[in-house]
Ligand binder design. Structure first.
Ligand code: PLP
Length: 361
């Protein structure tokens, strides 16, 4: 089995406009200052004051009793599944969910759970889809124990779950005896886009987490929130998986800095995403999805170029985009991208398409 190497190609020019992912931001000087000043202790022992402050703040923000600091969002998802599910249990989630496509088969490998993929536009589904997926409780059916949603949807195009639809879906799941989990990797993008508090967004979920490396500018860190008893159980898994930390306050300080300085400004990323979508939509042959947050998805099918072909061409111009399907490309705006950058990116895409048309005649 050969996997594509993940190494920078030295023959390419440096990246000048990085729309590949909102995870590729560098900590700012001010964030690094905050990290240098962090008070620290043994996190595993509950003695790191900065981690404790971050957890208290996140529990309050999401309206939960308790919270836990983890290195990554993937660990937040996997630990939540380990707490909520037993081997053989079934999880209901959108078929394009991160837990389905991007976590190495973690639900099966770690918890022994299977995921039943639900369908719906833009990574969303509705309570009718949940009802249709519910199984009669039979001895030979897998116990359905968890429903998971992504706020915002990643592969779904950065869509925001509207609060009423979300409430409907979570209520349907709870009424059927399922627990509910919110993959809130980009929860704050949803909060600023919808003008709904994180507390209201996450209120009905049994577990929820936020990633500090998705557009919030921190080098690492995610916080998982839930009831006292959920976080208690989660600690056992954190320990088992090797996710218990030592002087993690140096990282938690970056997350606290992000909460203070990098949340409200997400509206700028959303505005830049709309600018990018508007400029791309002018290019003949491109089908651009209207962004709701900071992710812009477009289809190259009408241009004669594959997603890979287009992404390679614009990379020659210093613009980095990601390939998410044969003809599907993703561009992410974030705090290292401004309006001039998105204009430059759109020009590069336009040039690439003209170049390819000129050469295929
Ligand atoms: C990025 C992402 C994750 C995983 O977070 P990491 O911090 O990269 O492990 C999970 N879910 C969604 C929706 C994401 O976008």
């Amino acid at each position: 089995m050969v996997y594509a190497p993940i190494r920078p190609d030295r023959s390419l020019p440096p990246v000048s406009v990085n729309l590949f992912s909102d995870t590729q931001t560098r900590p700012s000087a001010a964030m690094k200052d905050a990290m240098m000043r962090a008070e620290m202790g043994d996190e595993q022992n509950g003695d790191d004051p900065t981690v404790n402050a971050l957890c208290d703040r996140m529990a309050a923000l999401t309206g939960k009793q308790a919270a836990m600091f983890l290195p990554t969002g993937t660990m937040c998802n996997q630990i939540s599944i380990l707490v909520h599910c037993r081997p053989g249990d079934e999880i209901l989630a959108h078929e394009s969910a991160h837990i389905v496509a991007n976590e190495g088969g973690g639900p099966g490998a770690l918890a022994g759970a299977v995921v039943l993929g639900l369908r719906g536009a833009r990574g969303l589904f509705d309570s009718a889809a949940v009802t249709a997926a519910l199984r009669e409780k039979r001895r030979n059916a897998p116990p359905q124990t968890l429903l998971a949603v992504e706020q915002t949807t990643n592969a779904g195009g950065g869509a925001v779950w509207p609060l009423d639809r979300l409430t409907d879906v979570l209520t349907t799941a709870h009424d059927a005896g399922l627990k509910t989990h919110m993959d809130g990797a980009r929860l704050m993008n949803a909060v600023v886009a919808a003008g709904v508090t994180a507390r209201d967004m996450a209120g009905d979920c049994d577990s929820v987490w936020l990633d500090f490396t998705k557009g919030l500018g921190a080098p690492l860190g995610a916080v998982l929130c839930g009831s006292e008893s959920f976080i208690d159980e989660a600690w056992r898994w954190k320990q088992r998986l090797g996710g218990s930390l030592r002087q993690a306050g140096i990282c938690a300080a970056a997350c606290l800095y992000a909460l203070d300085h990098n949340v409200d400004r997400l509206t700028l990323d959303h505005a830049n995403a709309r600018l990018l979508a508007r400029d791309l939509a002018q290019i003949p042959g491109l089908a651009v999805e209207q962004p709701e947050t900071n992710l812009v998805f477009f289809d190259t099918g009408g241009t004669g170029l594959s997603a890979d072909g287009l992404v390679r061409l614009v990379r020659q111009d210093g613009v980095s985009l990601s390939v998410v399907g044969p003809n599907r490309v993703r561009a992410c705006t974030h705090l290292d991208i401004d309006a001039a950058d998105v204009a430059a990116a759109a020009r590069a895409v336009s040039r690439a398409i003209h170049f390819s048309l000129a050469n295929t005649g």
